[in-house]
Design a binder for this molecule. Structure first.
Ligand code: F6P
Length: 411
């Protein structure tokens, strides 16, 4: 007897929108594999929502070889918003509806952050399009309603695919920066992406950054003065007279000349979801440190490094586990939802048992909670270290401890 698969004759399409991460191809591959096992034909929509505008730009993924370890997204990405925005007042949702019908798409899986998944949720609520979300962002600021079990208590936290790979990249980069910094006995200000949240900046302390500034805490004049004092003290106390300070790209920093709190933008041009592009705060802070303390300081922008390269093992298993939860949603035809990790667990415990499904889209941003960052120390707490150890292992840095005997010239 010929076995008919449950969803034979149906089509599931996948798209990815927003900033890429090293875990998107893995998410696409894992969802594709499970959906095709259930009998779906699997399509890929190219360039996010853009691929469903006009005549559409859709490819067939069902039987193609796919490399989920290679970072980025083979389906390409854009920050296209189907709904009216300041940048583009046109409502293009009807074009999307038309293409969903033309390509006979029965279910749409949207891999994205709050913007992409928010638009998908709107398509579901307004037009009844069956959508399932899949979280992604290196910023790790999407409210996933996850739980961090710490010292016998439960705390709300977040875990988004893409963050583990980004975190590992920042840990490794910071660990390496010590060698050049120590050689010149400098202060290095390392700028880290993450928009309005300091999650990714915190990962630099796992590579040995001794201080950190996050966007959640404004650097007012008073706090800035206190910060300079702390920088001087920590630098003078450091064994090799060198200090790495990780700073979030979105830090609000007191501008002495203007007398205002400023953010530094690479471009003030807004995308279709209303976001400007940050970049350059590390140079400003380094120059202010040099001026104030007379210690040589340099800015270093880590930029797209955390978004680049291979998918890290934790992300690979995380995306696979969340894709297992998607099977559950598909079988129950439970749309407008997004799989998430309910519990923060180490690699070996990443199993569907620890997942949950939450309402997708407009879930809101979740900044770094107070119990993860100590503004008096300009450093992350033991609780954050515990959270991150689950994901990227213990802190480490390149180290070479030396104490050479001093030579006194003999007469
Ligand atoms: O949201 C992800 C992110 O990498 C942010 O951390 C960063 O501010 C932004 O995207 C950069 O966007 P783009 O790829 O448009 O330069």
């Amino acid at each position: 007897m010929k076995e008919t698969k449950l969803f034979a004759g149906k089509t599931l399409a996948i798209l990815s929108g927003g900033g890429d991460t090293p875990a998107i191809n893995s998410s696409i591959e894992c969802v594709r594999n499970r959906a095709s096992m259930l009998g779906f034909k699997v399509y890929g929509v190219q360039r996010g929502w853009k691929g469903l505008l006009g005549e559409g730009d859709v490819v067939d993924l069902t039987n193609c070889a796919y490399n989920g370890i290679y970072g980025g997204t083979a389906l390409l990405s854009s920050r296209t918003n189907p709904f009216p925005s300041k940048k583009n007042p046109e409502d293009r949702s009807q074009q999307i509806l038309r293409n969903i019908e033309r390509y006979k798409i029965d279910v749409l899986v949207t891999i994205g952050g709050d913007d992409t998944n928010g638009a998908a949720k709107k398509m579901y609520e307004k037009y009844g399009i069956p959508v399932i979300g899949f979280p992604k962002t290196i910023d790790n600021d999407l409210r996933t309603h996850s739980i961090h079990h710490y010292q016998g208590k439960q705390y709300e936290t977040v875990l988004c695919p893409g963050f583990p790979s980004g975190a590992m990249a920042i840990k490794k980069l910071t660990s390496k920066l010590h060698t050049t910094n120590e050689s010149h006995q400098r202060i290095m200000v390392l700028e880290v992406m993450g928009r309005d949240a300091g999650w990714l900046t915190g990962t630099a302390i796992f590579g040995g950054a001794q201080m950190a500034l996050v966007p959640e805490i404004e650097m007012t004049k008073e706090r800035q003065d206190f910060f300079f004092e702390q920088v001087k003290e920590k630098y003078m106390r450091s064994k090799k007279r060198s200090l790495i300070i990780a700073v979030s790209e979105g830090v609000r920093w007191w501008n002495e000349e203007k007398g205002s709190l400023d953010m530094v933008y690479a471009s003030s041009d807004l995308d279709e979801y209303g976001h400007p592009r940050f970049g350059g705060i590390s140079g400003v802070i380094a120059s202010d440190i040099s001026k104030k303390l007379g210690i040589e300081a340099r800015g270093q922008i880590s930029g797209y490094i955390p978004r680049s390269g291979k998918c890290y093992e934790y992300d690979r298993r995380l995306t696979s586990t969340l894709a297992d939860k998607i099977v559950d949603l598909l079988l129950r035809e439970d749309y407008g939802k997004m799989p998430v990790m309910r519990d923060i667990v180490p690699y070996s415990e990443l199993e569907e048992y620890h997942t949950d499904a939450i309402d997708m889209g407009n879930v809101g941003n979740f900044p770094l909670p107070e119990n993860y960052y100590d503004p008096n120390e300009f450093y992350f707490t033991d609780q954050y270290i515990d959270y991150l150890t689950n994901i990227i292992g213990s802190p480490c840095r390149l180290e070479f401890d030396y104490e050479f005997p001093i030579v006194i010239p003999q007469n």
